[in-house]
Design a protein around this ligand. Structure first.
Ligand SMILES: [Zn+2]
Length: 184
């Protein structure tokens, strides 16, 4: 084997390894998503995973709550990065090398996210975005509790629970004993 083809083989192997790594990073069982899945399951919520027919393939879909949940990596989805100024945020440090490339990539991701959420909303779905940084051990339980709270709130709204039922109830309560009395 000559030197060049040896190099090419080496290159190919390195490429395959890199590809496997990338695939692992982007696989559907990445850690932050698992945290959300386990946390919601523990709280009694049931869901479907990676719904292929919905825009953006939401990580979790809760039909009963008409809600899609996306678990977003802070870097890839540019958490706290303003689309206009595009400066580093605490969550998303854009590499200095090839900065233009990364800015364009993260911008595309953010724009796509927004577009998908708009489409889902027009289809009658609620979207909850969970950021990776909200799932670090110190914040995790609080984040999961607040997702559960939001889901329950959505369910109540969907099922027509009124926020101010008291005046009507009072009136009913006052009338009922009187009606009962007149029957006696
Ligand atoms: Zn973040």
């Amino acid at each position: 084997m000559d030197k060049l083809s040896k190099l090419q083989r080496h290159d190919k192997a390195a490429h395959a390894r890199r590809h496997a790594n990338m695939a692992a990073i982007h696989s559907k069982d990445t850690k932050p998503e698992m945290i959300v899945r386990r946390g919601l399951w523990k709280r009694g919520f049931r869901y479907r995973l990676n719904h292929k027919r919905l825009p953006g393939h939401p990580d979790l879909v809760l039909r009963k709550y008409r809600t899609c949940i996306f678990v977003n990596g802070c870097f890839w989805h540019g958490h706290l990065v303003d689309l206009k100024v595009f400066e580093n945020s605490d969550c998303c440090k854009i590499p200095k090398t090839n900065r233009d490339f990364w800015v364009a990539k993260i911008r595309r991701n953010k724009e796509r996210d927004r577009e998908e959420q708009r489409t889902l909303a027009s289809m009658g779905w609620h979207c909850i975005i969970v950021w990776e940084c909200e799932l670090k051990p110190s914040k995790r339980e609080e984040t999961l509790d607040s997702i559960a709270f939001t889901l329950n709130h959505i369910w109540l709204q969907d099922h027509g629970a009124k926020t101010t039922p008291y005046p009507q109830l009072e009136e009913e309560n006052m009338q009922m004993p009187m009606a009962a009395e007149s029957e006696v």
